[in-house]
Design a protein. Structure first.
Length: 486
């Protein structure tokens, strides 16, 4: 039977692989949402592939939720602030009042600072956001000092602490506690800012490329590596900051707009800024010691998996890569998330591969460190059938990479294959086993969001060629020992 849904862990599996009772339960459950039994059957197969007792657990969970009383809206609001007991202990909150069916909560607290609020009113809006009002009560008079609509639950605590000058918890906001990751445990507890957010030549190159292309560059304030590169360039007199956008809400990023400095030396800039070479084109003596990676395939695999040696060697043909030039496996490819073009009818596309499909995510050991998706012949045929549009337009992959931008566009694809564009690849999910992962689980699933660390919109373009191969064209990513980095 022809599949109606693109992607799924249960695709191409016969009905005999599933418990007939569980499959019939799943079809009845999913039929309520689709109205098409064929689609309901495909969804049920996908869920039963993930867990054979999926619908048993679903029925048990629904029964448990029916027995559990629904919390009141004001109880959820108080829980976001730490609970009524903590508010009483930390700020002396009193006179709790509820109205509008529990959607509005008010309370008072002593505050010796006469210019600060001592009264809080929080209302849960129909849009599932909050309206926060704070004021000052003196006898029978009340004055509103702060009011903001459209706030999320995670923003309430920080705004109340900022406006009142009081603390709602014992945690020091200036020194937040961080859970030690496996990478920090392996490297003696070094903070992630020394590894993931280190300043690399790519941060400087992207700023300079944007300046040459459009005369200005926007730097995301939450991209630490890019901000540090910008500060270093400003200190050297190469660029100057002309404006910075304001933050409409707490926690949202701002952008700095930078341009070339008027006093920079044009003769020096001609030799210093052009051409903008990527990290791997830097002379060996000028490279960061952390960038000196092993050159042998076995050693590179062990270093990228934190000490775990390889156990198998596969033979796969990748167009443009000679058979005597090995590639290193990053892990088993599970998912590719795509943001289509604005003209496409769907909002998002997720290409899913089951673990038993033996789809591999590999990277080259040359200067490009390019990612490739190695698919078996069966899944290449699946991509031809599901992802290629019969009337779609074909482009040169080098033209697509140039349009996508990033450091990968500086290295030509050979051969120059013809591809169809599916959209910007925003996330990639793969499963592998690194030192420190749980042996019982058979490894860990890692997800990387492209351009999250660099703060620039140089996400690769996911494409499909005529033979069903998937290609990542362009992008600013590297393949370091700590995973895929931008």
């Amino acid at each position: 039977m022809r599949e109606k849904l693109v992607g799924g862990r249960g695709d191409f599996r016969p009905d005999s692989d599933f418990d007939p009772i569980e499959l019939s339960k799943g079809i009845e459950v999913e039929y309520e949402h689709t109205g098409d039994r064929a689609i309901a059957k495909e969804i049920a197969k996908d869920h039963l592939t993930e867990h054979r007792d999926y619908y048993k657990e679903l029925a048990r969970m629904e029964a448990e939720l029916e027995r559990r009383p629904n919390p009141k809206p004001y109880e959820i609001t108080l829980k976001q602030l730490g609970g009524a007991g903590r508010l009483k202990a930390m700020i002396g909150a009193k006179n709790f009042m509820y109205s509008d069916g529990g959607r509005t909560i008010r309370f008072q607290f002593p505050n010796r600072k006469r210019s600060k609020p001592n009264f809080v009113k929080i209302t849960l809006d129909p849009t599932d956001t909050y309206t926060l009002e704070m004021g000052r009560t003196i006898k029978y008079d009340y004055k509103v000092l702060y009011k903001q609509e459209g706030l999320y639950a995670s923003q309430l605590k920080g705004i109340i602490e900022r406006e009142t000058g009081l603390r709602l918890s014992l945690r020091n906001p200036e020194r937040p506690t961080k859970k030690r990751t496996k990478y920090q445990q392996r490297h003696g507890g070094r903070m992630s800012s020394q590894t993931t957010h280190r300043v690399t030549p790519d941060h400087r190159n992207v700023i300079l490329n944007d300046l040459d292309a459009q005369g200005f560059a926007l730097v995301n304030s939450k991209a630490r590596g890019a901000v540090r590169a910008m500060e270093a360039m400003v200190k050297r007199g190469e660029i100057e900051v002309v404006s910075a956008t304001e933050r409409p809400y707490v926690g949202t990023p701002a952008h700095y707009k930078v341009v070339y400095a008027k006093t920079r030396n044009p003769v020096e800039s001609e030799s210093q800024f052009k051409p903008h070479s990527p990290t791997r084109n830097v002379a060996p003596e000028d490279r960061d010691p952390s960038d000196r990676l092993p050159t042998r395939p076995a050693a590179r695999f062990a270093s990228s998996h934190w000490g775990v040696p390889h156990t198998k060697t596969y033979s796969a043909h990748i167009p443009g890569i000679p058979k005597d030039r090995p590639v290193v496996e990053m892990g088993k490819l599970l998912e590719l998330w795509v943001r289509p073009r604005k003209s496409d009818p769907v909002d998002a596309l997720k290409v899913v591969f089951p673990l038993q499909a033996r789809c591999h995510l590999v990277f080259t050991m040359d200067m490009s460190e390019r990612l490739y998706c190695v698919l078996p012949e069966r899944w290449r045929k699946w991509c031809q059938e599901k992802l290629i549009h019969p009337e779609g337009q074909w482009y040169s992959i080098n033209d697509v990479a140039e349009a996508a931008g990033g450091r990968q566009a500086e290295y030509l694809y050979s051969p120059d294959v013809q591809v169809q564009c599916l959209g910007r690849c925003t996330n990639i999910v793969y499963k592998t086993w690194k030192r420190g992962d749980d042996d019982a689980l058979g490894g860990s699933e890692y997800i990387h969001r492209f351009s999250e660390e660099s703060g620039y919109a140089h996400e690769p373009m996911l494409c499909v060629s005529k033979d069903g191969r998937l290609w990542l064209a362009g992008g600013s990513y590297h393949c370091h020992d700590d995973g895929i980095t931008d």
